[in-house]
Design a binder for this molecule. Structure first.
Ligand code: PMP
Length: 354
């Protein structure tokens, strides 16, 4: 074999949910928001000056950082922004998880954590969720090189309380603890109030779900200025211009419309509650979700076959063929009419051999 072939980095990449090319697909597979971004975002988009594109964007992302600081009542030095929270989380893994000790995250969680750890050669351990798919705080009392978990967790949708997070922080003063709040706007308690007390806490958020801007790629982290400085040092050692000018302007515009934001969240959480009831009536066991998706299994159906059956009906949901969760489907909460189509298809499943 040619020598250079041995020098290629071998990684097993994260597989994102499908983005179908066909029209008329009911797309409930990547936890996108079914409603459009705030009107202020659409206005800001129309005002964009194409002449501005010849210039590099502000490498410090000042407009967005300052807007987020004002929105959350924090200092600009407490905010780091990136190209979606995937970028922010990858930077955080690179910046904070440089110990010989293993980083801890649950066995069932956002599957990208494992991929970043592998890519960056970070040792890790994955304590098992309990039989009800809940995190166990005691699993995170052991020595480690860092802790990361989503709240609410993905793909279960189950949230932990603020007391639970405090407990984890109290037992982990010597490592950075990352709480990935990708879905926190749909339910659960944010860890933000704990930033004042714990200098090793990093809270990560995204515009992709509650702010209907997955296509714009905006994520951010909040933490004490020392953590944020360290993240920026790594960012500037890698790529100075992570955020494009459009993202900076539209990201700032989104924050100005709190009423619209709350209205969209209200619609999605109301649909989620109705959907949980309907799925239960259809015989599904549905985990208690605080997110914009439901994770549910049906004792009468094979999860993989049901996934394929729904796909054949033009309804895309997410299926993970992994231990413990291979009977489950993760279904994003869409518009009510999309959910009706889902229920109809699930009713029809009774007549198929699944
Ligand atoms: N964290 C969790 C738990 C997620 O489910 C996702 C969405 N795939 C992300 C982070 C990343 O989202 P984004 O990069 O779009 O901000």
């Amino acid at each position: 074999m040619k020598e250079w072939k041995n020098n290629i980095r071998k990684v097993e990449p994260y597989v994102p949910g499908e983005q179908p090319k066909e029209q008329n697909i009911i797309k409930l597979n990547t936890n996108e928001n079914p409603y459009p971004p705030a009107p202020a975002v659409c206005e800001a988009l129309k005002r964009l000056d194409p002449g501005r594109l010849r210039l590099y964007p502000d490498p410090a992302c000042g407009l967005l950082v300052n807007s987020l600081a004002a929105y959350h009542g924090l200092e600009p030095g407490q905010i780091f922004v990136g190209v979606g929270s995937d970028d922010v989380l990858a930077m955080a893994f690179m910046t904070f998880f440089n110990s010989e000790k293993p980083v801890l995250f649950p066995d069932i969680t956002y599957s990208f954590y494992r991929v970043w750890a592998d890519l960056l050669r970070i040792p890790f351990e994955t304590p098992a969720l309990d039989e009800d798919f809940r995190l166990r705080a005691e699993d995170y009392y052991r020595e480690n090189g860092g802790v990361v978990f989503p709240n609410p967790n993905a793909p279960t949708g189950i949230a932990v309380t603020l007391d639970f997070i405090r407990d984890i922080l109290d037992h982990n003063q010597d490592a950075v603890v990352i709480v990935d709040e990708a879905y926190i706007d749909f339910g659960g308690e944010t860890a933000l109030p704990l930033l004042k007390e714990y200098e090793n806490l990093l809270v990560v958020r995204t515009y992709s779900k509650s702010r209907s801007m997955a296509g714009m790629r905006i994520g951010y982290a909040m933490g004490n200025p020392e953590l944020i400085r360290a993240l920026n040092d790594v960012k500037y050692s890698y790529n100075s211009y992570t955020m494009d000018q459009t993202a900076l302007e539209l990201g700032a515009a989104s924050l100005a419309e709190e009423d619209y934001f709350c209205q969209v969240i209200g619609k999605i959480t109301a649909t989620r509650e109705r959907a949980a009831k309907r799925l239960a009536e259809l015989g599904f066991q549905c985990l208690d979700s605080s997110a914009n998706f439901l994770f549910a299994a049906h004792p009468g159906y094979d999860g993989g076959k049901l996934f394929q059956y729904l796909r054949s009906k033009g309804i895309y949901v997410r299926y993970f063929d992994s231990p413990r969760i291979f009977e489950y489907l993760r279904m994003t909460i869409g518009r009510d009419e999309e959910m009706e189509r889902l229920y109809q298809a699930l009713e029809g499943a009774a007549y198929e051999n699944l």
